[in-house]
Design a protein around this ligand. Structure first.
Ligand SMILES: Cc1cc2nc3c(=O)[nH]c(=O)nc-3n(C[C@H](O)[C@H](O)[C@H](O)COP(=O)(O)OP(=O)(O)OC[C@H]3O[C@@H](n4cnc5c(N)ncnc54)[C@H](O)[C@@H]3O)c2cc1C
Length: 488
């Protein structure tokens, strides 16, 4: 079997041991963002719109609902705290793609890919305008992103991709010398710079700033208020939905309150859907992350990276990394882990093997940073669906809408998903609701034990492909042919 650069150029065990000494299991972004707290719902009420989930999906839906119709009453219900899940712990790459990249988009939606690419850019531009106009404190930096080639066959992939871009794109192919002039790593053989299609953001600050913007617009936010059930039986279409919650009051006594909602939008991501029919469409896949201490100016000089772009290498199992505002490096990805049974569990966030592998790959990438330490390590569950990009829909006579399955690329795309949910609830066809991407669904995952067999076989096959110049084996080619896949 061939080897990858991360196996050929391993750092010393001493370098990795030193870097991981004292690394805390905690999400840097959540520690580093000012938090407001919101009350728990203890008494029944009513609203024009109830939004379930206090991540980006729910927050954008609530904010945009108020912007579309300031007179509408909006209640947002969050099971724990605002942004605690994927929205507060991601890499912070805000990308224009709505389809998890160009290749996936062109393959799955060949007839409308150009349209989707334009809508994605428009979405990113509008997101940026909101951050600017509402003065959201979120460390937004529109520096683009670079796909990196770290093996010779990846140089050819990037060159081909650069040749296939659409007219609106300003992607630039960087050869080895140009790439090294931009960021110095002995692993880099070339790059594809997406100059305007990406930004980096502080994920925790973005979530909390969005919540503040929602509250300022009149959205009533409730934390520690899990929704248990959505009931429509016995209610007419105009009466809406009874949203049953359960929580605890200030003395710790369990309370149950109901919100009678005309409409409901679900931004519940990887967590068990309140619509049972959606449960087989996504599986949680754990993604691991490290954060370094801030780099000194000498350490920064040693790597260049003046353009501060988001970086990601191009293998099937890839790393993503970026600078924070205080010049730390976030380094994540590669090891995507599915646990039998498909549950979301805190205990899965601690996986020494994955964090150590990331640390090794970090020093293969930047050996000149020997001596640097990691201050934080964490993980999060990715809502993976078989088509790698979100799916949308409505239920119960259009009283309930959902957008799910962002598969690791939802920082910007959730804003588009929020618009789709509001369109679907409005009952009017729009440019968005007519898209094939919005009208079609992915193939559901089979139940256990087949799900875990399939997902683990897929991981094994992707790893083998990365060790064989990216060549996909029969199993992967079969999965490609039926439109099933697995990626983070
Ligand atoms: C480690 C990691 C790195 C990532 N990196 C990137 C990246 O760099 N770029 C990118 O574009 N994407 C990235 N993603 C994906 C991105 O973070 C997600 O797509 C996005 O945050 C999804 O937002 P959301 O609001 O749908 O979900 P979440 O942020 O998960 O929010 C869902 C919320 O719903 C609440 N909820 C669920 N069920 C209920 C219920 N019954 N009642 C009440 N509340 C409920 C949950 O408590 C949670 O707060 C990453 C994800 C992870 C885990």
């Amino acid at each position: 079997m061939g080897s990858t650069v991360f196996e050929r150029q391993r750092p010393s065990a001493a370098t990795v041991d030193h870097a991981l000494t004292g690394t805390r299991q905690a999400v840097f972004w959540l520690e580093d963002a000012p938090a407001d707290s919101y009350p728990t719902l203890t008494a029944s009420t009513s609203a024009d719109l109830v939004v379930v989930g206090g991540g980006y999906s729910g927050l954008w839906t609530a904010l945009l609902a108020k912007q579309r119709d300031p007179g509408r009453s909006v209640v947002l219900l969050e099971a724990k705290t605002i942004g605690w899940a994927a929205s507060g712990r991601n890499g912070g790459f805000a990308e224009s793609s709505l389809t998890h990249g160009e290749e996936n988009g062109r393959t799955r939606f060949p007839d409308e890919y150009g349209h989707l690419a334009r809508l994605g850019r428009q979405n990113l531009d509008e997101l940026e305008a909101t951050v600017r106009d509402m003065k959201l404190d979120a460390d937004w930096e529109r520096n683009g992103s670079i796909d990196l080639a770290v093996e010779p066959h990846q140089v050819e992939w990037l060159r081909d991709e650069a040749g296939a871009v659409d007219a609106d794109s300003d992607d630039v192919f960087l050869d080895e010398a140009q790439m090294q002039a931009s960021v110095h790593s002995p692993t880099y053989l070339g790059g594809l710079w997406h100059q305007k299609d990406g930004a980096t953001v502080h994920p925790g600050k973005l979530a909390r700033a969005l919540a503040r913007a929602c509250a300022d617009a009149g959205v009533q936010i409730f934390e520690h208020t899990p929704v248990a059930e959505l009931v429509t039986s016995g209610l007419s279409r105009s009466e809406g939905v009874d949203v049953h919650t359960w929580s605890r009051d200030l003395t710790g006594r369990p309370t149950a309150a109901t919100v009678r909602a005309k409409k409901v939008a679900l931004g519940t991501n990887v967590f068990p859907s309140l619509l049972k029919r959606n449960r087989l469409y996504t599986v949680p896949v754990y993604d691991y992350v490290l954060m370094t201490e801030p780099l000194s100016s000498a350490q920064l000089d040693a790597i260049g990276w003046q353009g501060r772009q988001g970086l990601g290498d191009s293998a099937n199992q890839f790393h993503y990394y970026r600078l924070s505002a205080d010049n730390r490096i976030l380094f994540g990805g590669y090891d995507a882990v599915y646990h039998y049974g498909g549950k979301v569990r805190d205990v899965y966030e601690q996986r020494e093997r994955s964090h150590r592998m990331l640390a090794e790959h970090f020093f293969t990438t930047f050996p000149q940073l020997d001596g640097l330490r990691f201050t934080h390590k964490w993980a999060g569950a990715i809502d993976t669906c078989s088509r790698f990009c979100a799916f949308y829909g409505s239920a119960r006579e259009d009283r309930i809408a959902f957008a799910l399955g962002y598969t690791g690329l939802g920082v910007a795309a959730t804003r588009f998903g929020a618009q789709v949910m509001l369109d679907l609830l409005s009952g009017h066809d729009t440019e968005r609701t007519q898209l094939q991407m919005v009208r079609s669904k992915p193939i559901p995952f089979p139940p256990e034990p087949v799900a875990s067999l399939g997902v683990n076989m897929m991981r094994w096959a992707l790893d083998r492909a990365d060790h064989h110049e990216g060549r996909r084996n029969l199993f992967l080619r079969t999965m490609d042919a039926v439109g099933l896949g697995f990626d983070s």
